[in-house]
Design a protein around this ligand. Structure first.
Ligand SMILES: NC(=O)C1=CN([C@@H]2O[C@H](COP(=O)(O)OP(=O)(O)OC[C@H]3O[C@@H](n4cnc5c(N)ncnc54)[C@H](OP(=O)(O)O)[C@@H]3O)[C@@H](O)[C@H]2O)C=CC1
Ligand SMILES: CC(C)(CO)C(=O)C(=O)O
Length: 299
């Protein structure tokens, strides 16, 4: 029996946990902030359900073989009390988050040799605690090596396609290029397709080209088609479509992963001497437009 604890059962964590729980050889514990009874995911091939052990207090957690962290990047620190209880000498910790800083964010919490960064392409949303919709087929990418392969094996029974990659760095930056453009709909609260024009195209191109330039300086191989594909996706984004989790967070008045998705382009760009004026302006504006804490707390 392999024991797994998943921290952060939101859109991604809840979906991943429900898929893993379909294998009775995996003993799953879900570490949550908001209690729920069971998991139910509407997947592209039907509804799956699961009844994992649910914990709300880190003091109740015990050592496991694997910890999967699926909090937002801005909640990474919240995983600390859970990790302190769940980790034993052999425990490996997979970080399922967007961005390119999985290792940096958890460097002071998990020994590097037991940390597995994960990139997930899987559009999902949460309608209520424990209730998720998985909109499309999911893909998981991890670095090559024993840890990566062992994580991939955990997903063998699922419909999520997991694979190791020799050049994980490039996978992460290519995903970030796609994610970087979502800052526009998160800011305007409109799909980009219906208002597309040459000026908007120049802005989207600039955002993604800045991301690609910084990624390449970091050592990633990013083909030009990645930039063109991202522009095409933005150009054809239909009215009413969601641009993904950052857009959902802005609409819900939640904190946003602005720093992990676009701020990082500015920060690392600065280190490499690469100008990132568009990302800088948009990060500043989106950060300034975030819902103030007193509105979030008091409605
Ligand atoms: N949604 C998507 O389609 C995709 C998201 N991603 C990435 O995956 C990551 C997760 O995103 P997503 O699932 O959308 O985020 P959600 O906001 O849906 O879920 C985050 C979860 O973390 C939980 N959490 C926060 N703090 C704690 C804590 N102290 N203890 C336990 N749980 C905690 C939240 O609790 P609570 O239930 O109280 O809110 C919530 O369940 C992000 O990096 C995102 O960018 C990647 C690909 C697609
Ligand atoms: C665009 C998407 C859904 C891709 O998996 C994503 O990464 C997000 O919403 O954060």
């Amino acid at each position: 029996m392999t024991t797994i604890a998943l921290i952060g059962p939101g859109a991604i964590g809840g979906t991943v946990a429900a898929w893993l729980a379909q294998n009775p050889a995996l003993e799953l514990t879900v570490c949550t902030r908001t209690r729920f009874e069971n998991l139910q995911v509407d997947t592209p091939t039907g509804v799956i359900t699961a009844n994992p052990k649910v914990l709300t207090n880190p003091a109740d957690a015990e050592g496991v073989d694997w910890v999967l962290v699926a909090t937002k990047t801005y909640d990474s620190g919240a995983a600390k009390p859970w990790l302190e209880r769940l980790m034993r000498e052999h425990t490996r910790v997979a970080i399922i988050q967007n961005g390119v800083e999985h290792v940096r964010l958890f460097a002071n919490l998990v020994p590097r040799e037991r940390l597995v960064p994960v990139i997930i392409d899987l559009p999902a949303a949460r309608s209520a605690p424990g209730r998720m919709v998985q909109h499309r087929h999911g893909i998981i990418s991890v670095p090559q090596g024993q840890n990566g392969q062992d994580l991939v094996d955990l997903f063998a029974h699922t419909e999520i396609e997991a694979a190791t990659h020799e050049d994980f760095l490039s996978r992460a930056w290519i995903k970030l290029c796609g994610n970087s453009a979502a800052i526009i709909p998160a800011l305007t609260l409109r799909a980009t397709g219906p208002t597309w024009n040459a000026d908007l195209e120049e802005i989207v191109r600039g955002i993604v080209e800045e991301c690609a330039a910084v990624g390449r300086a970091e050592g990633a191989i990013i083909p030009d088609q990645v930039v063109e594909r991202t522009i095409e996706n933005a150009r054809t984004m239909p009215e009413g479509a969601s641009a993904g989790s950052i857009h959902v967070d802005r609409l819900a008045g939640n904190p946003m992963e602005v720093d992990a998705r676009n701020g990082v382009i500015v920060r690392l760009g600065r280190e490499h001497g690469i100008p990132t004026p568009l990302n800088r302006v948009l990060v500043t504006l989106l950060t300034a437009s975030g819902t103030p804490w007193f509105i979030r707390s008091h409605g």
